[in-house]
Design a protein around this ligand. Structure first.
Ligand code: GLU
Length: 459
């Protein structure tokens, strides 16, 4: 086996992935690809055929691509059923998977009775006591079994479970244990023969040689069960890391189904991908939240063992701030296509973008500045006095060619001719030229506007 890590991101294609899902994807990506020459697998956890959709699977890929995550391998669990069949046969043969016939209601009733008596909520393995005759009777009634994994939490008598700690050194949390006697034997195969995530995930991780499983802290209990399952199936047990879960400032969790803060909606909203990546990774870590320019530098900020253990709140408004910070530093080449799409003349892309970027929260804000510079600006209202001032000023417009020095040459002349200075000098000029009382440096805008357009902006 090579020493390169192999990781997987295993979303269920039941909705658009959100910034919390992205945290998991990026922790894995950074671990395996930015820091090592590892393999990143995208594995659709689509054993729930009812809720899984191809369009979501496709969207997840596109959304990851938007962030710069390009999986080395893409698989779907629904294509791998034969492997799960084989694994369950192995477990059955070893006596570790047993059929159960209780309905949900029967289980509920039994659990309530146990709790009322001060007993445990854990499944008492009643189905293990069924005889062949019992099972035949159930089958004759039309019942189909679901199958539970016999957790290794007893010595000789499966009805006398005892404390059995499964331990691992978590990449994030350090020493972790789960006591298998505190858990019910998990159902691995449903009544309709479909496989539960718990099993499918372990079989895939085992078969694909996954070396590190990095996922949300909501899976810690699963990890106890899954380690037992890795061992029962004879697979090497991977390393585990459980990161804290992101919630919004009001403590709300994120859900794929609600679509809240989905990567798709953020992209449509014009938020920069690295703003989303930076917030999703750096929230609840030892590093301050700042907009990192690329995944490699973001990766340098992340120390898995310094990620805090508790849920981590983030403020979606931060996205806007981080995104604007990134936009202000984008090079002209990064926005060239978009600006051409807005109708910015190709020859002017560079000068235009450098002039306006500090006034853009989103790249698309440049479209408004395109109109101001190259199109029709909104006309402003002026007092009689300002009109007189502007008439003099526009008469003094210097001849072309214009460059970054033209604004100073012009305003020096206007100042000398009218005696105005400071705001009373500059504001009417800005208003006349752009229709707005604030915006990019006029020294940069003026040569882009050019003499012909400037002249007709005389009020
Ligand atoms: N589909 C599961 C989830 O998104 C995968 C968990 C895992 O990584 O094992 O939570």
């Amino acid at each position: 086996m090579s020493n390169h890590p192999s990781v997987r991101f295993a979303p269920s294609p039941t909705g658009y992935i959100h910034i919390g899902n992205l945290r998991t994807a990026l922790f894995n990506w950074i671990f395996a690809k930015e820091r090592a020459e590892g393999t990143f697998i995208l594995r659709y956890d689509d054993t729930d055929r009812e809720r899984s959709r191809d369009e979501y699977a496709q969207a997840i890929r596109e959304d990851l691509e938007w962030l710069g995550i390009r999986p080395d391998i893409v698989v779907r669990q629904s294509d791998r059923l034969a492997l799960y069949d084989a694994a369950t046969e192995r477990l059955k043969a070893a006596g570790l998977l047993y059929p159960c016939y209780e309905t949900q209601e029967e289980l509920e009733r039994r659990r309530s009775r146990m709790i009322a008596r001060g007993g445990s909520r854990v499944y008492g393995r009643e189905a293990l006591k069924l005889t062949d005759v019992d099972r035949e009777r159930f089958e004759a009634e039309g019942r189909r079994p679901h199958w539970r994994f016999l957790l290794p939490n007893f010595e000789n008598d499966s009805f006398a479970p005892r404390r059995t700690d499964v331990a691992w050194t978590d990449l994030v949390l350090g020493e972790e244990t789960v006591d298998l006697s505190s858990l019910s034997d998990p159902v691995l195969v449903r009544e309709d023969g479909t496989y539960v995530y718990t099993l499918a995930s372990v079989v895939d991780d085992g078969e694909m040689g996954i070396t590190h499983i990095i996922r949300g802290g909501d899976h810690i209990t699963n990890t106890g069960v899954q380690i037992a399952l890795f061992r029962a199936l004879g697979y090497a047990v991977p390393a585990f890391g459980h990161h804290n879960i992101l919630t919004t400032v009001d403590g709300e969790g994120l859900s794929k189904r609600s679509g809240a803060l989905s990567l798709r909606s953020l992209r449509d909203d014009g938020i920069q991908p690295m703003a989303v990546a930076s917030l999703s990774v750096l929230t609840g870590t030892a590093s301050a939240i700042e907009a990192m320019p690329d995944l490699a530098s973001l990766g340098e900020k992340l120390a898995l063992d310094s990620v805090s253990a508790s849920a981590s709140k983030f403020d979606p408004a931060e996205l806007e701030r981080l995104s604007a910070e990134i936009v202000h530093g984008l090079a002209p080449d990064a926005v060239r296509e978009e600006l051409i799409g807005f109708g910015v003349p190709e020859a002017e892309i560079e000068a235009f973008w450098l002039a306006v970027r500090a006034n853009c929260t989103r790249v698309r804000d440049a479209e408004g500045w395109r109109r101001v510079v190259f199109g029709e600006r909104d006309a402003a209202e002026f007092s009689e006095e300002d009109r007189g001032f502007l008439a003099t000023a526009f008469d003094l417009l210097p001849p072309e060619p214009w460059d970054a020095g033209t604004w100073k040459v012009w305003t020096d002349r206007v100042k000398a001719a009218t005696g105005r200075k400071g705001k009373t000098l500059f504001m009417p000029l800005r208003l006349a030229l752009t229709g707005l009382d604030q915006g990019p440096e006029l020294a940069q805008l003026l040569p882009l506007i050019g003499r012909a357009r400037a002249s007709v902006r005389r009020p």
